[in-house]
Design a protein around this ligand. Structure first.
Ligand code: F1P
Length: 352
């Protein structure tokens, strides 16, 4: 019997295709919404998975457009608005609220606060058109086909990220980047078909009780989401670090019970592979998620997932996610847990 979470993970390439079709259909509307961005600093805001999405979105947005962007949890907007939107900010701000449900209390409250405090335009990214967040925001950016039955977010994460990637390509008139994004559904199908069983094998080794995820730049938000997935679904110990930060203390915990997953980019590859080599020497087991695995990677990796996408670091982002989502899923199943009903969690966090 497969769980709803499993089906939703496998459905991602189809959902990405629907996002691409939708943006192509509604392109003129998107372009009108995005004209308002001009030189404003874009602030991506969310909670949980949607906060980690905000981290990747902010890094990606600046890399592609050259314009300022930051990420904030919705709770920080509520309690420390002056640090997220300093009055001295020049050129104004474009807040982009991200929420699968559009009903998370902190996000809805933050959207209301920001509209009162700043008065400018607000953007809402969600899977649910009739949600409170979308009713509040000026510009709705919707991916309803990516909505889920599950508590944990999987295809909603990658589909809202793809929507933001497309938004970034359109606002910067970057046709090359947009053309790379159009290849993701086919690349996703090939990658899931090739590796879905090897991910199960990684877990069925049954040796890992601690999971570390390492990444730099726009991949840090992806690694943070990978950390959350295995924690939410399988209740395992999991941590995330900027790759080279791991040496500055946390590597003290490396031992044979640890699986370290490296989100290897072409941009920082040399340093990331050097770290991979060092961690292997310390006795960790290593999983290298990379575009192309040469001998230097294979020699020090217990497990290799090679994307072979032939598209850029920034375009390739969502392709890393099905593998790490399945890692959390299979670890939960191996521990006799139900990924569709994670311990203590609900699909939408609403506060009094
Ligand atoms: C955010 C979130 C999820 C988490 C759980 C509770 O939801 O924290 O990240 O996995 O489902 O809600 P949303 O604001 O994106 O709907």
């Amino acid at each position: 019997m497969h769980h709803a979470t499993f089906e939703e993970i496998l459905s991602q390439p189809t959902t990405w295709d629907k996002v691409l079709e939708q943006v192509s259909r509604e392109r003129s509307t998107f372009q009108k919404y995005l004209e308002e961005l001009t030189d404003q600093e874009v602030i991506f805001i969310g909670c949980g998975t949607s906060y980690y999405l905000s981290l990747s979105a902010a890094s990606l947005y600046t890399r592609i457009t050259g314009k300022r962007a930051r990420a904030s949890s919705a709770s920080e907007v509520l309690f420390y608005p002056e640090t997220v939107f300093p009055a001295s900010g020049t050129g104004g701000y474009a807040p982009v609220f991200i929420s699968r449900s559009g009903e998370t209390t902190e996000v809805v409250r933050a959207a209301k606060e920001v509209q009162t405090r700043l008065g400018g335009n607000t953007y809402g990214v969600s899977c649910r058109p009739n949600s409170s967040l979308i009713h509040i925001c000026d510009y709705p950016l919707l991916v309803p086909d990516a909505d889920e039955k599950s508590v944990v977010m999987t295809r909603s994460f990658t589909s809202m990220l793809l929507l933001i990637q497309l938004m970034t390509a359109i606002t910067s008139s970057n046709a090359k980047f947009e053309s790379e994004l159009s290849k993701l559904p086919d690349l996703g199908i090939a990658m899931i078909d090739k590796y879905r069983d090897s991910v199960k094998d990684i877990i069925n080794d049954g040796r890992y009780s601690k999971f570390i995820y390492l990444a730099q730049g726009p991949y840090y938000g992806l690694a943070s989401e990978a950390m959350l997935k295995i924690k939410e679904m399988s209740l395992s110990s999991s941590e995330v670090y900027y790759s080279l930060e791991f040496r500055h203390g946390p590597m003290a915990t490396v031992d044979e019970d640890m699986l370290i997953t490296f989100f290897i980019s072409e941009h920082v590859r040399e340093e990331e592979v050097a770290l991979l080599r060092e961690m292997k020497k310390l006795g960790a087991s290593t999983l290298a998620l990379c575009e192309a695995a040469d001998a230097s990677i294979r020699k020090v990796s217990d497990h290799v997932i090679e994307l072979a996408s032939d598209i850029s670091d920034d375009a390739r982002m969502v392709l890393y996610m099905p593998v790490v989502q399945l890692l959390g899923y299979y670890n939960a199943v191996a521990k006799g847990l139900d990924p569709d009903h994670p311990n203590n969690l609900v699909q939408v966090v609403t506060l009094r």
